[in-house]
Design a protein around this ligand. Structure first.
Ligand SMILES: Cc1cc2nc3c(=O)[nH]c(=O)nc-3n(C[C@H](O)[C@H](O)[C@H](O)COP(=O)(O)O)c2cc1C
Length: 349
């Protein structure tokens, strides 16, 4: 059942070590400028993303919906997104499409004035699997339900493969992405395995409005599925979850691969404001946070606000110490890139 799976994902992500072995943000060092020559209090963190004006270059990445726990999490995240003027995505809306009685666990976010609200649908659901593909009308309903300004189409094929019962068909997905992009603003996102240069070019040609790299270095869905399988002693799934735990393209490298003339959201493993500054220095327009916000989102609105305030404070310190008065100044800062990330970045140069 989808609802039970969603709840397990949250509990496992909150309580187990579900991250990949290496966090590649640690392979980037921004060069310290001993003479900042700007005033800390005049640092401007605002940005534009898909014609929305955000207070900070932060996207609350898609996580959940479909259960009462998810509703609470979405409400707490949405309240912070309104206060700080952030972008926010909800989790996969398959549950809302298939079971209208679960709709309020997503639509709760439309009670808040969020500058950029992003619906979410899985790429495997765009083509026929053991069940029928979602229609244009169903997708439109999902968008209307949360009064979304854009829709995330998420790519999660590693996760599908680790689950023996996962969706196995992928042929025709690009065509569907292209069709949907001609009607709605689409951002395609990965969910922890990153976007290659080849995929970024194909997505641009398909007409998407943005790419969220969701790269390797943070939450590993192979790891989450490993723990789910362990709970029921499913050896096949445990084996593949373990084998592919660290599979994917490091998030910072994926940001460089995804520079194809579209806004890029740098995500996957962001832990703090310094990681966020690094993601922008690699060419991201904004950074996306998922797991780092999950425990506070489960606790309270105040807790989310506190966690994000700490992220913002560290972002500003990193900007001050690299002489970046604006977010776009961050793109130009000097940095040192260490191995193994350096080899990944050199791949396409
Ligand atoms: C509990 C949990 C549930 C998630 N559910 C979704 C989802 O429904 N749709 C989606 O596109 N991404 C989903 N993600 C993936 C995140 O949006 C993000 O791409 C990924 O976790 C990497 O970011 P992180 O390292 O900051 O966690 C989920 C992540 C977590 C931790």
């Amino acid at each position: 059942m989808i609802e039970q799976r969603k709840e397990e994902h949250i509990r496992i992500a909150e309580n187990e070590k579900v991250v990949s072995e290496h966090n590649f943000w640690d392979d980037i060092r921004l060069v310290h400028q001993a003479i900042p020559e700007i005033d800390f209090d005049l640092i401007d963190c605002s940005i534009s993303l898909l014609s929305a004006k955000l207070g900070y270059p932060i996207v609350i990445s898609s996580m959940t919906g479909g259960t009462q726990l998810a509703k609470k999490i979405n409400r707490n995240l949405a309240a912070a997104a309104e206060k700080l003027k952030l972008a926010m995505g909800v989790g996969s809306m398959r549950a809302a499409i298939e079971k209208p009685e679960l709709a309020d666990t997503f639509s709760v976010i439309s009670e808040f004035k969020i500058p950029l609200r992003i619906a979410n649908i899985g790429a495997p659901q765009l083509i026929d699997q053991s069940r029928k593909a979602f229609t244009h009308n169903q997708i439109e309903k999902a968008i209307t339900l949360i009064e979304a300004n854009a829709i995330y189409i998420h790519l999660n094929f590693l996760q599908e493969m680790v689950q023996p019962e996962g969706d196995r068909r992928a042929k025709g997905i690009l065509k569907r992405i292209s069709e949907i992009s001609s009607s709605f603003p689409v951002i395609v996102k990965e969910t922890g395995n990153g976007i290659s240069r080849e995929a970024a070019l194909e997505l641009r040609d398909a007409g998407v409005k943005g790419i969220d790299v969701g790269g390797l270095g943070g939450t590993s869905f192979a790891a989450i599925e490993y723990y789910r399988a362990k709970g029921v002693n499913d050896e096949e799934k445990m084996n593949s979850g373990n084998t592919f735990w660290n599979w994917g393209i490091p998030s910072p490298a994926s940001i460089t691969y995804s520079q194809v003339g579209l806004p890029v959201i740098g995500s996957g493993g962001l832990r703090n404001g310094l990681d966020l500054a690094k993601s922008i220095s690699m060419g991201a327009t904004a950074g996306g946070f998922a797991r780092t916000l999950l425990n506070s989102a489960d606790a309270s609105e105040e807790s989310v606000l506190k966690t994000i305030s700490l992220i913002i404070r560290d972002l500003k310190i990193a900007m001050f110490l690299t002489r970046s008065r604006t977010v776009s100044d961050l793109v130009k800062v000097r940095k040192v890139i260490l191995e193994p990330l350096k080899s990944w970045i050199d791949l396409y140069e």
